[in-house]
Every structure is written in C-alpha cells, then in structure tokens.
Write a protein that binds this ligand. Structure first.
Ligand code: COI
Length: 367
C-alpha cells in the first residue's frame, strides 16, 4: 500500500545545510543533537479538523505563552527511524504500528486522532526533502539512522483546563548513532526505591511527554549512581517489573524462555518489543508475556536460571543490561555474561531493518 504525499505543500529552505557540514554531522551524529533542514506540519482546529499540510524549513515555533501544552502538558510523541539500504533506498519499520499507538496516545490525552495517511504521509513528505540526511551504515554492526520524531501539541491560548480546540502536529528528524555511549556494552540500570513512573488508570501506556518528565528525577538518581537508565516497579504493589525510563525489558532463561512484562495500562507497548516477540519464536525461543517480579529477577540472576537481561526500544535497539543497582543491593547475573541471545536478536533485527535479509514479515515501508 502506498501513501500519497500530494496533500503536503512544500516550502523549501533557502538556507539548507552545506554538503560539507552535513557530511561531517553524519560521520558522528550522536543522538538527538542535530536536526535536518525541514519539518512537517499539520494544523488541527475544532471547526476545520486537520488542514494546512506542509513541509517547511526547520526552525523555532511561534507559540502563545498561554498555549495549553506549556501549562498542562497536553502533548504526545512518537519515535521511528529511517534506514538507508545498500542500494541507497530509504525505508522505515512498521510505521502503521507507530501511527496506531499515536492514536491510542491521542485518545488518552484528549487530542485529535491522526490518520495513517497523514502520519506516514508526513514522514514521506519530510524525507522527500531531507533524504540526504539519512546516514549510510559503515558495516553490519553500525546502527546509524535518521531518527524521526512526530509530536502533537495543544497550541490554543487558553488557561482553562479542558482539551484544546487548536492543535499542531509536527515531525522533526535527527541523524542518530547508538543511543548509549558504550554502543552494545551492557548498561547498568538503577532501581529507584521511591519514584514510580505510572499508575493504573493513568497515562503509562501513552507516549506522552508527562511520562518522561515523571521519570527524570529517578533518571537523575540513576546518573548520580553511574547508571544509564532507571527501572520502574509497579505503583500498586512495588513488586512487578514494568519498564525502563524509555525502553522495554526482556529476560532470557536458561531453558530458552524469553520473558517480558505483559502489557497493562502502565506499560508502553514498544514496536521493538512486539517485533522481538516475533523474532524470538523464529530463533527457537519461547516468548512469555506475563508479570515478572523483582524477586524473580534477583533469584533467577543468583541461581543462573536467568542468563541475560536486555532493554529494547526504537532508540536503544537491543542493549544488554549488565546489572540492576539500588540503594541496598546490586543484582548481577551469575550465569551467561556473553549476551549471546541479545546479540543474535539484535543482528536479526538490524539485518531486517537495513535490508540485509529478506523482509519476511512485511515490516518495511519505503519512504
Ligand atoms: C524511542 O525509543 O524512540 C523513544 O522514544 C525513547 C527515548 C529514550 C528516546
């Protein structure tokens, strides 16, 4: 199915980045610090619905200081990548999953829903202008890409607390290398004894800025303890593993089971999480989505029953977790240590995304 981009007006930048500067950025993009020359934009009003589809030069937004996103955080976003294949073509991964999640998030945050046509169309329309910003991987272990960040904000100037009648949707793009500085070196994770990310009935399953804002004090604790991410337990019982600040978690068992917390309204359904569950079956693993407690992690790590733990997400791809650190303990795996399963799944996923293996699930869409 091809999505048309004809309904996007194009306003090209008259000061695009020079080839030399862009090539230098693409050599060492880091994560989320450089942006392309354009952004996509669609406006919504209560009366007119979605309209004014355009791709325009990247630059600061003009927002009324009373815009309700600035006061009440009515905002949602997505994360999705564009990959350059060996023949130069540009592809993205399961965009209809992100589009669908964006609508789920919109409903929870009382924002208007965007169609697949506008969501995927906006990515395509932006990439038509900024395709030179998609980096070329050096080799099969290179995970460079163009990270796309669609987001929707309540821009109506009104201080009453109610869903905004004026909303703006944008897509910006940022060339990206590995999310973690150490690449696929195992990361240390901090378990906060106090902070919670989400509560039943709340916004945990939605990809809204507020969830990430709520994780920052815990993330600060993590950094102070030399950890690169924070893990959250459930708010009701302080017992069940939910997810990291911005990634899902998986546990590999000695007997070939691959366990991840089952989806509840306090967990974000990752597209990578969902894909790993499918890939794992083909790798002869037995995926299980169920509740898993912190005690099971502690005991399984000590007994050797759990041989690997890994984090996954669009930004992080698949990254092994070396240890879980908290105020009074340090949980390390006594068995394993080579993270063979995480590496195997990671290679399988990257080969698919970069077109080095056959797209047997129909997961790729050309941009
Ligand atoms: C992603 O994986 O795309 C996210 O949105 C998470 C964030 C840590 C960048």
């Amino acid at each position: 199915k091809t999505v048309s981009t004809d309904h996007f007006a194009i306003l090209p930048s008259n000061q695009p980045t020079s080839d030399e500067i862009r090539d230098n950025i693409l050599k060492n993009p880091g994560f989320g610090t450089h942006f392309t020359d354009h952004m996509a934009h669609v406006r919504w009003t209560n009366d007119a619905g979605w309209h004014g589809h355009e791709v325009r030069p990247y630059g600061p937004l003009t927002l009324d200081p009373a815009a309700s996103v600035l006061h009440y955080g009515q905002e949602i976003f997505e994360g999705i990548k564009a990959y350059r294949h060996a023949d130069g073509s540009i592809w993205t991964f399961r965009p209809e999953k992100n589009a669908e999640r964006f609508r789920r998030s919109a409903r929870r945050l009382a924002l208007p829903e965007l169609s697949d046509e506008d969501f995927i169309g906006s990515l395509k329309a932006l990439l038509a202008q900024d395709n030179a910003w998609v980096p070329t991987p050096k080799d099969a272990s290179d995970e460079c890409s163009l990270y796309l960040r669609p987001f929707m904000i309540a821009s109506e100037a009104f201080l009453g607390v109610r869903p905004a009648h004026e909303v703006d949707y944008y897509v910006i793009a940022s060339p990206a290398a590995a999310y973690f500085k150490g690449g696929i070196d195992p990361v240390s994770i901090w378990l906060s004894s106090h902070y919670k990310r989400a509560a039943p009935g709340g916004t945990g399953f939605a990809k809204c800025g507020g969830n990430y804002a709520a994780s920052l004090a815990a993330q600060k604790e993590a950094s102070a303890n030399n950890c690169s991410q924070v893990a959250f337990l459930d708010a009701a019982e302080n017992k069940w593993i939910e997810e990291l600040g911005g990634m899902n978690l998986f546990f590999v068992y000695k007997d070939g089971r691959l366990v991840t917390p089952r989806l509840t309204d306090t967990i974000l359904e990752g597209v990578t999480r969902n894909s790993v569950l499918t890939l794992a079956k083909d790798e002869g693993l037995t995926p299980e989505e169920r509740a898993i407690s912190i005690d099971e992690w502690r005991d399984g790590a000590a007994s050797g029953e759990i041989t690997e733990v890994f984090a996954c997400g669009t930004a992080a791809v698949i990254t092994p977790v070396g240890e879980l650190v908290s105020e009074d303990e340090r949980i390390r795996l006594t068995a394993g240590g080579d993270n063979e399963v995480a590496k195997r799944l990671r290679t399988k996923l990257l080969n698919l995304q970069y077109g080095r293996s056959e797209d047997q699930y129909g997961w790729l869409t050309q941009l």
